[in-house]
Design a protein around this ligand. Structure first.
Ligand SMILES: O=P(O)(O)O[C@H]1O[C@H](CO)[C@@H](O)[C@H]1O
Ligand SMILES: O=c1cc[nH]c(=O)[nH]1
Length: 236
């Protein structure tokens, strides 16, 4: 069996899949943290791998950028590959003063400028949220680490990276912590499929100050987030 975007056979993915936007980050995770890792997808270069972490089967699959791309891959994993849990691990731009480069943000909710949820024809607006069991487990793992500052709250999944007019202040006034581009679609797909999802992010940019992660910070802080996500997967 394959889908238009995934060439893997049914059963090739573990029940928990980590999803970075960048397929090369998926490759890095497989090579760095997984044992017995095998590549299960290479269609469009959107790499996917399955291996073991601390003896537990775990997969990692690139999602691409934006809600449409995340919408495709998470839908196919949930519906055609029997995946139960998806943990997005991404980068984000913080819009709150105390959220600094390297900090970890977990998305309890995901606002959006995308029209992704319009497909459901709901008689109102849907509020996409993380799965509480995943969030609770991941937050406990992150908080136990001395090397991480972890904040849980609302994020914005934006449709536009290069905005003509910056939306930062409007969302900041509503208590939104940070901006990324995929969590909303992931949470919608999980809700509709009756599955579990969580999105977490390393702050790569402070949109209020203009600070951004150095190469070294990207290496270490992103690695800490990967470990939190993998330890969460192993604990499920
Ligand atoms: O680092 P990733 O997971 O790709 O996430 C963020 O980075 C990309 C934009 O540069 C968007 O996909 C955004 O959500
Ligand atoms: O500012 C940022 C940083 C990462 N990802 C985004 O979508 N925006």
């Amino acid at each position: 069996m394959s889908t238009p975007h995934i060439e893997a056979e049914r059963g090739a993915y573990a029940k928990t899949v980590l999803m970075p936007g960048d397929p090369l980050r998926a490759k890095f995770i497989a090579e760095t943290f997984l044992t017995d890792a095998v590549q299960v997808n290479g269609v469009r270069g959107m790499l996917g791998f399955t291996g073991k972490y601390k003896g537990v089967p775990v997969s990692v699959q690139g999602s691409g950028m934006g809600c449409p791309s995340m919408g495709i891959y998470s839908y196919e994993l949930y519906h055609f590959y029997d995946v139960e849990n998806i943990i997005r691990i991404g980068t984000t731009g913080s819009i709150r003063e105390d959220l600094k480069v390297g900090d970890l943000v977990m998305a309890m909710g995901a606002c959006t400028t995308s029209n992704f949820a319009a497909q459901y024809h709901l008689p109102g607006l849907f509020a996409p949220t993380a799965s509480f069991p995943l969030l609770k487990t991941a937050e406990a793992i992150a908080s136990a680490r001395k090397d991480l500052h972890c904040v849980v709250g609302n994020v914005l999944s934006a449709d536009v990276f290069y905005d003509d007019v910056s939306p930062v202040e409007d969302w900041r006034k509503m208590g939104v912590l940070a901006i990324e581009m995929e969590a909303n679609a992931l949470y919608c797909n999980a809700a509709r499929a009756g599955k579990q999802a969580l999105a977490m992010f390393t702050v790569s940019d402070e949109l209020l100050t203009g600070a951004s992660a150095s190469a070294a910070e990207r290496q270490t802080a992103f690695t800490a987030m990967m470990e939190v996500a993998l330890d969460t997967a192993a604990a499920l």
